[in-house]
Design a protein around this ligand. Structure first.
Ligand SMILES: [Zn+2]
Length: 320
């Protein structure tokens, strides 16, 4: 049975704070272990700054119905990696095919991060996310695999697991890819349905009327001379130039002068588009300097002088 005794060193080499627990090199489940990818989970325990790793003991020792270890590493509230095992762990169960990961024994194929947050009314902290991205990039490099080998448990589960909550796994993979490329190649899409990354008031209705939509649906609102923008939040990796693109479904009765607001390093800039035309594809709004950090970066404003619904569907940022 293979093990990954390099795990703690590879994580430290990626700049991650690491704590090893006990005899982690020899703590593992019996059975095969030949990892080709990394699987993200959440623990469902509520963590906090003063109780940063409530699920650590369970992940080491297991529970009555499932013997430990339950993951190779637990990621605490502060983004510290607690390394538990260099071998096979009970975290993935039977996997269904997901991306390049074939169906089969998930505990053989996958290294698991248990990210300690409850996933119901608590999302992972920025420190947990950033450390998990950096760790996943470093481990996949070590394995000789690309970012598509990073998956979420909800993508491989055959039993309806929902973890990890509040993270768009496609965004996660683009962030891992950017990290593996040295941080210079980066692109991310936020759709109106992207969990935790799109905010709009209840005045914005939900529609699937136009087949030109991105994803299952989009949001629409009447123009109004008031501030009631729909916001798209991005985790911008560095202060740099980014191409900003928008996708909307076009309908002849939609708004001819929809304002998109871009929050740049020098303040908000507005670009007007005609949502009666050019739908169903990415449309370039221009290139802007955006500040690093996870924050609302692009908005669709209702403050339009034109008639017809303003539409908020998807936005894409690409580092240029
Ligand atoms: Zn899980």
């Amino acid at each position: 049975m293979a093990t990954i005794p390099w795990l703690a060193d590879v994580l430290r080499g990626a700049g991650i704070q690491v704590v090893t627990h006990g005899d982690w090199l020899n703590r593992m489940r019996p059975g095969s272990f030949s990892p080709i990818g990394v699987l993200w989970h959440h623990t469902a325990a509520t963590s906090s700054a003063t109780n940063p790793h409530p699920a650590l003991n369970i992940c080491i020792n297991g529970r009555s119905d499932l013997p430990g270890p339950l993951c190779q590493a637990l990621v605490d509230y502060h983004g510290v990696f607690h390394v538990i095992s260099a071998g096979r762990c009970n975290h993935a169960g039977t996997a269904r095919a997901s991306g390049p990961i074939p169906a089969g024994d998930g505990n053989t194929m996958l290294i698991g991060w248990e990210i300690d947050y409850n996933g119901v009314n608590q999302e992972m902290t920025a420190a947990q996310y950033n450390a998990s991205v950096a760790a996943t990039a470093a481990v996949l490099k070590q394995l000789g695999k690309d970012a598509s080998y990073a998956r979420g448990h909800r993508e491989t589960s055959t039993t309806g697991k929902i973890d990890p909550s509040f993270v768009d796994l496609n965004v996660m993979r683009s962030d891992v890819a950017a990290k593996m490329a040295g941080g210079t190649a980066w692109s991310a899409i936020v759709d109106n349905s992207t969990a935790g990354r799109f905010t709009a008031s209840a005045s914005w209705g939900v529609s699937s009327y136009s087949a030109q939509r991105y994803g299952a649906d989009y949001r629409y609102a009447d123009p109004v001379a008031a501030s009631d923008a729909a916001w798209y939040k991005f985790n911008v990796p560095a202060t740099a130039s980014y191409r900003v693109e928008a996708w909307w479904p076009a309908v002849s009765g939609y708004n001819a002068g929809t304002p998109y607001i871009i929050a740049t390093t020098t303040g908000n800039q507005t670009v007007y588009v005609d949502q009666r035309v050019n739908g169903g594809q990415w449309r370039n709004l221009g290139t802007f300097t955006l500040p690093a950090g996870d924050a609302n970066r692009v908005a669709v404003s209702r403050w339009s002088g034109s008639a017809g619904y303003v539409i908020a569907d998807a936005v894409r940022l690409t580092r240029v």
